[in-house]
Design a protein. Structure first.
Length: 515
């Protein structure tokens, strides 16, 4: 699909005057329209329509939902600012497209708003896409897709509406303009949200979306909103933490303080309170939160959202019950981790970093891989969290000291040191140790050279539970990752292959000496 010549306003960012209505477009769209364009045969200024290859709807109806109890349609105002659920379903066997609407708090109605028999087999190519398009005219409005799910076979998954992002406050009205008013004839004020559906006609397809057409109408005024992270009110976060009561304080670090909070009877959260020294720091931090809040991987701590007040930013995380890994490794107030637990924890952390580095649209650098930023859940699974650039002494790659720039390579270095800490049960730097043991990395390297790596294991573990092959694998991989030359370090994808046994370690001993 080529949208490079598509026009805004009435053409929805999908079509133009020359291709509108042409079968070669191969586009099926469901429109949520809040402005009546008479020239496009719109029925009113508050309707839902089915568009096939053009902007003139082949089927439309005033926005409404079927009330199962009253057995009748109840009107919905698309521009009310209230969230609306929509279900778009196509059954290829019956060749039937259904569009159903409901307010946020309602379950799916028994009857759809629109139902149209359509044979889509002739308009779709081998490749098909699902997406969203929004368009405005001279009146500015904001369109928000708070969540959506898609399924090729059967029903689309429902939402947990408590985890959807919140909306920004409406902007203040602008000052009265000195410009002459726009004439009725030229002000088309077209405002539409379009769900583009291009799907295989041989399958049952279901899309469920939760939309909010946040229409704050100000002629000629531009409104910006970056979606993603849920924005909590300060009152909500303060109430959840008991006004940041000291009894809720879980820990303090250079980067901020952590508090335990409760949003609802069944929803426990962790809140990180950060004081920003500059406006730029605050802006950058919120931008980072917006990115990481969209990431979901089983070994990463979920970022639920944030709030800000004056020079402070509060990051809201899911609560992980067993706390941080460093307390298990370096304190005596927690049970001793078995070798099996440690090996699983290491592989979980590796999986999380590998996901950040390799599985997104562009590599994401964690920048703060250390034991205090690894949390353990009730089953002792590792969850990596707390993005930042405050690496501890001993975890800092040599080039990071020189450049101050975190990279995927510096993450690999920090992970190499962390692996050794987990196996050996001691910190990267311990000044009270004998000189040859102060640096953990050097101490492990000496063990490698002397052939007694197994003697570097945490003495609190029973020797009977150790799996020598796995211990040696982890410590050797740690040495590879902690190489002083960033070019000699393996990428995280390769590290994970080493740990999973899918790829053998290199045979050249000199590669392990670069620490």
């Amino acid at each position: 699909m080529d949208f490079s010549k598509a026009l805004p306003s009435n053409y929805l960012g999908l079509f133009n005057s020359s291709n509108n209505g042409k079968s070669l477009n191969q586009i099926l769209a469901v429109e949520f329209d809040t402005v009546q364009a008479v020239e496009m045969n719109d029925i009113d200024d508050n309707h839902v329509g089915i568009d096939l290859n053009g902007v003139v709807s082949i089927e439309s109806a005033p926005a409404a939902y079927f009330d199962n109890r009253e057995a009748k349609n109840i009107s919905l105002r698309l521009a009310s600012g209230d969230p609306i659920r929509a279900w778009i379903e196509y059954n290829a066997t019956e060749m039937m497209l259904n569009v159903t609407l409901a307010p946020l708090e309602r379950s799916k109605p028994n009857l759809p708003l629109l139902s149209r028999k359509l044979n889509l087999s002739g308009i779709l190519s081998e490749e098909h896409f699902v997406g969203f398009s929004a368009s405005t005219g001279t009146v500015t409005s904001s369109h928000f897709v708070l969540g959506w799910s898609f399924n090729i076979e059967g029903k689309a998954l429902d939402f947990d509406i408590t985890k959807l992002p919140s909306l920004p406050d409406p902007p203040s009205p602008p000052s009265p303009s000195l410009s002459p008013p726009v004439s009725e004839k030229t002000n088309t004020n077209n405002t539409k949200l379009i769900i583009i559906v291009a799907v295989a006609a041989s399958a049952t397809v279901a899309i469920m979306i939760l939309i909010l057409l946040g229409f704050w109408f100000f002629s000629g005024r531009q409104v910006f909103f970056t979606g993603g992270a849920r924005k909590f009110s300060y009152q909500t976060i303060s109430s959840a933490t008991g006004g940041f009561n000291s009894s809720k304080l879980m820990g303090e670090r250079n980067s901020g303080s952590f508090y335990k909070g409760q949003l609802a009877p069944t929803e426990i959260i962790a809140v990180k309170r950060i004081t920003c020294t500059t406006r730029q720091q605050k802006t950058t931090l919120i931008a980072e939160i917006d990115v990481i809040s969209k990431i979901r991987q089983k070994n990463l701590v979920n970022v639920l959202g944030y709030c800000s007040k004056r020079n402070e930013v509060y990051i809201v995380y899911e609560y992980i019950p067993n706390g941080s890994l460093d307390r298990f490794l370096f304190n005596n107030d927690r049970p001793v981790l078995t070798w099996s637990d440690r090996f699983c924890i290491i592989k979980g952390i590796a999986s999380a970093i590998q996901y950040l580095h390799n599985d997104g649209q562009k590599p994401l650098v964690h920048g703060n891989v250390k034991a205090s930023n690894v949390l353990l859940d009730e089953d002792l699974n590792s969850r990596l969290g707390d993005y930042g650039q405050g690496s501890s002494t001993g975890h800092v790659a040599p080039e990071l000291v020189e450049t101050g720039k975190v990279t995927c390579d510096t993450d690999v270095y920090a992970f190499g040191v962390l692996m050794m800490e987990i196996v050996c049960g001691r910190k990267a730097i311990e000044p009270t140790k004998p000189p040859r043991e102060i640096s953990l990395v050097n101490w492990v390297l000496q063990g490698f050279k002397e052939g007694d790596l197994l003697q570097r294991c945490d003495s609190r573990m029973t020797r009977g539970e150790l799996v020598a092959r796995e211990v040696l694998l982890v410590l050797k991989t740690g040495l590879l990752c902690a190489n002083r030359s960033h070019e000699a370090r393996p990428m995280m994808k390769k590290v994970l292959q080493f740990l999973d046994g899918a790829e053998p370690l290199p045979h050249d001993d000199y590669l392990f000496y670069g620490v």
